[in-house]
Design a protein around this ligand. Structure first.
Ligand code: ADP
Length: 646
């Protein structure tokens, strides 16, 4: 989507590729043309070089932009493009090869006099040599897989006695992940900042930098929040680190967009501490929008210019820094469970108000699935301001406004992170999240009560709406007898709503009294509707699961309902949905059948029990969506019932 937007603006015809799982994806819809390149598994589609090249040939594509994942740093893919006469939008295969391996890239950088972290990156991989190197560097040390990426195959070793075990396990992980168990050893910095420099080269011998980004907010060695410029960095140091990055690009005749990553020892001087080359990414990076904001440039446009053989659009001295920008990555993951990916369906996705200072990059819409097969990133929210405080405020507002109901996400976590006093004071280092984890994770107790009130009110409201619709169709429109809310004329009534949040079940007693509806909550308190409805809470629903959302915080409440009731409820508006996942044992009606209220229409088997789905009202079967034996998900529409024509 990111690349397609710029291409479209420049009048370039856009051809997308997609896997079978992505047939309905946003980028497929947006592109001028789209080609399916294989099944869901990335290895058979997005990583399948032959399939991508075939698609390009079939559609007569002139060039391929590889994006920022999958094949974007694959030298063989770049070669396959040129062999097919297609322009690869990126650097040469040789440049990619020399930077693709951490050990090789260090040798190249050493020759170019770019400072390296004290360490060992030699070919001799014997245990004795590696152990001796660790001893000489001095503990703590970091073992890294030479072929590494994504933090895999990385081990911190605190002391001599732990080295052999750590080496063995790093090698095992590296072999499994990359099929290559070579490692290198670095001095482990205890208070590091990750500062990287955006570089650009062309095919005319020019290379420049577009300033730095600070990506020190990380979990599991992966970035979550990035900003530009690096807070606290002096002009002089900015020029030094920028020049070192340009030297790195020059050393490999770099062409296109790239990023030189440095690790800065922030112990004494913060961003101005000593910096060391870590690795170079030979592609556009996920966090490039912060650089676009502070330079006012479109980096994808530059990539297309360079790939087209044009010189860089600007010279170094023509590029200026303007203000501050911060990006937060919204992930389908659970911060409370060590950031484990949490795939699922996005029930509702609502953008914050976009403005010149707020941008959301995403390929996800309401109704899309965050698939297990791919990266769990949902969106990037980026904000810009005249200074860092303004950027933080704008980003926080945007994160509060954005709605992503459905999967568990890190949205509330991100808000807490960027408003944390340490972050606001720019006291950054890569240990920030680990150190502050407790205070960054949602306080469940605080959000549960308003969520329960909002969810209960939502059930009552939608039940009332459904009943009104049904009554309008039935023989006695408006009769209070047809409103199934336990309402009794002149009588007080009580009913219980049971909600489950994770493993915890909670009951809300709903008391309908003469003067209104009262909710008795699990904490013993009472709330009156609508007066005590918590302000700002919105509820999104998928069958019997409700997502109560407030300013970036989401509480999932699964309503535990009796099955007959569930069927009756879902049937009230004419649709009959599966109240739970199960197998259809038999469909007892066909299209056109007249049925009477209470008649069994379909039998569903779930959790080893059979459940009859009954007609909620008299009507005609308009559609039957599934056959006997079909496995259906929770909430799937089973049949459609239409009212009888008079
Ligand atoms: P990968 O390619 O697997 O992402 P990197 O070499 O880019 O690995 O390092 C990822 C992260 O690990 C860095 O951003 C930093 O937080 C941490 N890291 C890397 N090297 C060191 C080091 N020598 N000392 C302390 N932390 C480090």
């Amino acid at each position: 989507m990111r690349v397609a937007r710029t291409a479209r603006r420049l009048g370039v015809h856009v051809i997308a590729v997609y896997s079978e799982a992505d047939a309905g994806a946003m980028h497929v819809e947006y592109a001028d043309e789209a080609v399916c390149i294989g099944p869901e598994a990335a290895s058979e589609s997005y990583l399948n070089i032959d399939a991508v090249i075939e698609a390009a040939k079939a559609t007569k594509a002139d060039a391929i932009h590889p994006g920022y994942g999958f094949l974007s740093e694959n030298a063989r893919f770049a070669e396959a493009c040129s062999a097919a006469g297609i322009t690869f939008i990126g650097p040469s295969a040789e440049a990619m090869r020399s930077m693709g391996d951490k050990a090789t890239s260090k040798s190249v950088m050493e020759a170019a006099k770019v400072p390296l972290v004290p360490g060992y990156h030699g070919d001799d991989q014997t245990v004795e040599t590696l152990a001796r190197a660790a001893e000489e560097i001095g503990y703590p040390v970091l073992i890294k897989a030479s072929a590494g990426g994504g933090g895999r195959g990385m081990r911190i070793v605190e002391k001599d006695g732990d080295f052999l075990d750590a080496l063995e396990s790093a090698r095992r992980e590296a072999m499994g992940a990359f099929g290559d168990d070579r490692v290198l050893i670095e001095k482990y910095l205890t208070t590091p900042r990750h500062i990287e420099v955006q570089v650009f080269g062309d095919n005319h011998g020019n290379a420049i930098h577009l300033f730095e980004r600070d990506c020190s907010l990380q979990r599991r060695y992966q970035k979550v929040v990035e900003e530009a410029p690096a807070p606290g960095m002096h002009e002089e140091r900015r020029a030094e680190i920028g020049n070192a990055a340009v030297a790195a690009a020059m050393a490999i005749d770099y062409s296109g967009a790239g990023t030189v990553e440095f690790i800065v020892d922030a112990t004494d001087a913060g961003a101005n501490g000593p910096f060391y080359f870590m690795e170079m990414n030979t592609r556009l990076q996920v966090e490039h929008p912060v650089t676009e904001y502070v330079t006012g440039l479109d980096l994808v446009e530059w990539q297309l210019q360079v790939a087209n053989g044009n010189p860089l659009p600007l010279a170094q001295e023509e590029i200026a820094l303007n203000g501050h920008a911060i990006e937060a990555r919204l992930y389908a993951e659970d911060p409370a469970r060590d950031f484990l990916p949490a795939p699922g369906r996005v029930i509702a996705f609502e953008m914050p108000n976009e403005s010149a200072d707020v941008r959301v990059d995403t390929g996800v819409r309401s109704g899309d699935d965050i698939a297990v097969a791919y990266d769990p990133m949902i969106a990037k929210v980026i904000a810009h301001g005249p200074d860092r405080d303004a950027a933080i405020a704008a980003l926080d507002d945007a994160l509060a406004d954005l709605v992503c109901a459905g999967p568990t996400t890190n949205q509330a976590f991100l808000r807490r992170a960027i408003t944390h006093p340490e972050f606001v004071a720019a006291a950054l280092d890569t240990g920030f999240i680990g150190r502050n984890e407790k205070s960054l994770i949602d306080d469940r107790e605080e959000t549960l009560r308003p969520a329960l009130i909002a969810a209960s009110a939502d059930v009552l409201r939608s039940r009332h709406d459904d009943a009104a619709k049904l009554a309008a169709r039935g023989s006695e429109p408006g009769s209070p007898c047809s409103v199934p809310d336990a309402w009794r004329a002149n009588m007080e009534s009580r009913e219980v709503f049971v909600f489950a949040n994770g493993d915890v079940e909670m009951s809300v007693v709903v008391a309908h009294r003469g003067d209104g509806i009262y909710l008795e909550l699990p904490d013993g308190s009472t709330a009156r509707l609508p007066q005590d409805s918590p302000a700002g809470w919105k509820v999104y629903r998928s069958t019997n699961t409700q997502f109560a959302v407030f300013a970036g915080t989401q509480v999932r409440l699964d309503r535990v309902v009796a099955l007959e009731q569930a069927a009756a409820q879902s049937g009230a508006t004419g649709n009959l949905n599966a109240p739970m996942p199960g197998k259809i044992v038999s469909v007892t009606v066909s299209v056109g059948d007249k049925v009477t209220k209470g008649q069994t229409l379909l039998v569903l088997e779930a959790m080893k029990m059979e459940h009859a789905i009954k007609a909620p009202a008299d009507g005609v079967i308009a559609e039957v969506f599934h056959k006997d034996g079909t496995q259906v998900e929770d909430g799937v529409e089973l049949l459609r019932l239409e009212p009888l024509e008079d």
